[in-house]
Design a protein around this ligand. Sequence first.
Ligand SMILES: [Fe+2]
Length: 222
Amino acid sequence: MLDFHAHILPGADHGSDGLQTSLRQLTLAEQAGIDTIVATPHYYPQSDDFGHFLRKRKACRETLLEAYSGPIRVLTGAEVHMCVGLDHLEGLEELCIPGTNVMLCELPFHSLPGGMTETFERMVEERGICPVLAHVDRYDPTVINNLFGMGLSGQLNAEPLSHRFHRRRLLPWIDRGNIVALGSDIHGTEIGYSQYLKAVDFLGPRAEEIESRVRALLKPAL
Ligand SMILES: [Fe+2]
């Protein structure tokens, strides 16, 4: 199984306070049957220096991979907080998962500012990027449906799928093909992959469909 959204790089963000936590996260992932993880540290264009972010991410990845000799393949992307005009950022492609044009994009929580849909359009049409909307389960479904209507796709977190209350509203997105990836969005080690496993168990064949979509999307990186 592939975890598309995980905060496992040691010290890269609040997902892991250091190497021991990251190694424990990878052990939990192994035990859950995960074979590939996309490490997606937060990138906030409004406050993070781009060059600094890239250097820090690289150093954190190296620290992890020097210490980890297990079977999980770790790809390095980012959870990119969207802002209007992001399409103008020089080197934006560096935030995609290496070997692909796929970028995990986090929407602002409260509302979509004017100009955001145009930003997505330019990212797709002018920069050739394939945005995947992070944890679409968290947002106003009307906003998400509009973005799906533009041709964007989304990632679901395991957590809401592990609760009976939330499941029903999320299934139509899966069945319409809008969801291309599942993610643990793991932070720390407390919850681990228990919710991810519950979600996969609940989804059954739908989990397999999503898995085949994400593997097709990331094929050049796998
Ligand atoms: Fe996240």
